[in-house]
Design a protein around this ligand. Structure first.
Ligand code: HEM
Length: 468
């Protein structure tokens, strides 16, 4: 017997306003929480509209996994994302589609594969040592620090060193303005993606002008990276067949296609954007949990002493692999506070998934976080319990479905930077817990989830105390 098809016209919808629909509630800075509330109200499949423009929201993990899998042929990212990134001059792997995407993806995935990440272990170590030195200074002064900003400097330095072979030293405030310019980008992408009218094309507000200035400044720096790499390749032609980083690979002759200057710039920009906020926000959320769970800090510290007791930092990739409890902390942070709780997709053809009829061009917002905190998939889903990720302790948690985690996306466009991000998180968290206790100097309830294309903890101030 044929199951009856679910049609968009029959989907429930939360209460909206006359004419503008759900736009006023879909506030730019907490839209992910608004979506979560609507899932509670309407179930895991519903529709919303912004001034008449219709969007489907799916929190159904089976439909979401299938949509992610059906790319690039049957689904793409919102075309609006591509439009907005192109306006900013960015043409790279994140907004490319179809066959062009395959070319961009191949070179990006190669630059970030497990072997390359292993080979770059020393880079992460070097940045970890620099941050450790800086944090030791903070621990002597007792001054609360804006941890998210500090960690962003760390991830910018790791990404620029690994992907472009460039030493920015943002950690030691040598590239403050670069960090400030980067910070300006995501909030504006976020605002523009669901804006019903592209006001910025008509009048330039103060923030639009600031964005233009930031893009111009970033462009200047990235083109400088590119020029320096070109010179390196001329001086050392062997790099063309054996590139040492992503930028050199983009410039080398061995690719299936010659990338244009615009594509090289776009991919560098993409890598910077994709690699820094996501990872630094996730480490910040880890500190948020650790500062409230000193017994977990002690366990991470004990593991650090057991694995690399005589050193300040884990010296080798082998030692890193032994940090199993720290890795469990990382998995748990990503489950509870995914920095990318929703993904925006658009159907390229008419199709039916799980009985849901999706006409061509339908825009579907995939709400992926709700499944990660659903009792059916994870027992005591709101508890911060790294143990659930350890084989030996897993039976304690009857429900445990790691396949529900979509914080890094899924299918062929799955995040290629996951391995690098996890390594950065495990190394840094292990080292920080080995050396410090964390005291949150604000009330936990005053730390707010904010969404600006990625989700971060606003107002997270931490005092670092030297560990005994
Ligand atoms: C905790 C850290 C991170 C999280 C949560 C994260 C999450 C994501 C998500 C959700 C996507 C979209 C996947 C999809 O559409 O299925 C993505 C794509 C991407 N990420 Fe990450 N990411 C992280 C770190 C990184 C790092 C460190 C890099 C590189 C330095 C990176 C590079 C990329 C790139 C290039 C894409 C586009 C892939 C494509 O469209 O084919 N990410 N990431």
């Amino acid at each position: 017997m044929n199951k009856e098809q679910i049609k968009i016209k029959d989907l429930p919808t939360p209460k909206g306003a006359f004419l503008v629909g759900h736009l006023p509630q879909f506030n730019a800075h907490n839209k992910h929480q608004v979506l979560e509330r609507w899932v509670e109200e309407c179930g895991d499949l519903f529709k919303i509209n912004f001034v008449g423009k219709e969007f489907v929201v799916s929190a159904n993990p089976i439909i979401n996994a299938e949509i992610l899998k059906l790319r690039p042929e049957k689904f793409r990212r919102f075309s609006k994302i591509d439009e907005i990134l192109r306006e900013m001059g960015v043409v790279g792997v994140f907004n490319a589609e179809g066959d062009i995407w395959k070319l961009h993806r191949k070179i990006t995935a190669e630059a970030l594969n497990a072997k390359k990440v292993r080979e770059n272990y020393d880079v992460i170590l070097d940045k970890t040592n620099r941050l450790l030195g800086k944090f030791k200074g903070y621990s002597q002064s007792n001054k609360p620090i804006d941890i998210q900003k500090e960690l962003m400097a760390f991830t910018i330095d790791v990404t620029t060193a690994i992907a472009f072979g460039y030493e920015l030293d943002t950690i030691n405030n040598k590239a403050d303005s670069f960090q400030q310019h980067l910070e300006c980008i995501f909030p504006m992408i976020n605002e523009r993606v669901t804006a019903p009218i592209p006001l910025w094309k008509v009048i330039k507000r103060k923030k639009d002008k600031e964005l233009e200035r930031s893009i111009a400044a970033i462009e200047k720096i990235i083109y400088q990276f590119i020029e320096e790499a070109r010179v390196r390749l001329v001086e050392n032609p062997e790099l063309k067949s054996n590139p040492t980083n992503f930028l050199e690979a983009l410039l080398s002759d061995g690719n299936d296609v010659d990338f244009t200057n615009e594509e090289i710039y776009g991919n560098i920009f993409t890598m910077l954007l994709a690699g820094e906020d996501t990872t630094s926000n996730s480490i910040s959320w880890a500190i948020y949990f650790l500062s409230q769970n000193p017994e977990i800090v002690k366990k991470v510290r004990a593991e650090a002493h057991a694995v690399y007791g005589n050193s300040e930092v884990p010296q080798t990739n082998k030692e890193l692999l032994k940090l199993k409890y720290t890795n469990a902390v990382v998995q748990e942070v990503i489950r509870l506070k995914p920095t990318t709780p929703q993904l925006y997709m658009e159907a390229l053809e008419t199709l039916t998934i799980e009985g849901f009829a999706i006409p061509k061009n339908t825009k579907v917002i995939l709400q992926t976080k709700v499944a990660q905190t659903n009792e059916a998939y994870f027992s005591n889903p709101n508890d911060f319990s790294p143990e659930r990720w350890l084989k030996s302790e897993c039976p304690m948690h009857q429900n445990h479905s790691p396949e529900m985690i979509k914080a890094f996306g899924g299918g062929p466009r799955f995040c290629p930077g996951m391995k690098l991000a996890i390594n950065e998180m495990v190394i840094l968290l292990s080292v920080l817990c080995k050396h410090f206790d964390f005291k949150m100097t604000v009330k936990p309830e005053d730390v707010k989830e904010q969404f600006s294309f990625t989700m971060y903890p606003e107002n997270l101030f931490i005092q670092l105390l030297k560990a005994n």
